[in-house]
Design a protein around this ligand. Sequence first.
Ligand code: HPA
Ligand code: ZN
Length: 331
Amino acid sequence: MPLPKAELHLHIEGTLEPELAFELAARNGVPLPYATTDDLREAYRFQDLQSFLNLYYELMAVLRTERDFEELADAYLARAAAQGVRHAEIFFDPQAHLSRGVAMGTVVEGLWRALGRSEERHGVSTRLILCFLRDESAESALHTLRAAEPYLDRITGVGLDSAEVGHPPAKFREVYEAAAALGLRRVAHAGEEGPPEYITEALDVLGIERIDHGLRCVEDPALVERLVRDRVPLTLCPLSNVRLRTVDTLADHPLPAMLEAGLLCTVNSDDPAYFGGYAGDNFDAVHEALGLGQERLRELARNSFLAAFLEDDEERRKRYLAEVEAYEFGA
Ligand code: HPA
Ligand code: ZN
């Protein structure tokens, strides 16, 4: 039995495995510039975040109907459950679909068909987080939030993703204020490729409650001190960092030092179809490459539930935390 954990940094479009991409391409009559799934996998050699994003957006073209989004999410939830995920907070990128003529309702209702049945089917509770593309305009983000208003009963929070450098958090001040006024929780990618200043800005200007990645905080000791003091969770994605060359090798990842410093770190998969592993694979990888022992792994799992947006269901959080404490490695 795998260690119970929450996954808090997961782009649903990044769970599109080559086999499903080909199936949906055929079903929807969408041409793909790859002959086989092996050809497509050959393209999974990334130099940086942008080279990944190019393929990520290209492949999304196969997602067209509610059924497509349902199958995508259901396949992820099945895989996540098999790796011990008990709770998943799932990002989606509506602007990447709206721009292709796919309606907000198609995306949200499709995802919801899977998420709404996830507990009974997979034993995984879920939350949905709408991400704005930071390389699009602030006006487009506001428009996207307005388009999501009819579906807010299904959406827990907002996030910020896509190409980071050159698109500082403050660009999105207004839309984050609007999201807060609607009662939405707030997260943002910061300090993946961008500098530590973007992390500070996301906290101060956007009022974010959790940092996605946040890796580059280690370059600023005063920021680390602040994150430790305020118990601000970081959703790290070790295999993603290797594939996007944010770190040279997994053995160079600062996770052990970050835990040692007292940061509230969590381990997540980001875009598992592209980066070589789901949540449990990321746990296994940091165990093997970084020598994190059982109590550190338990700490990471505990942190994931502490950092989850479960304030509306504290009983559930307690149950999950009890599962973590009772877990016997190797049993
Ligand atoms: N970083 C930024 N944007 C993204 C990512 C990521 O790792 N995955 C999908 N969109
Ligand atoms: Zn991400």
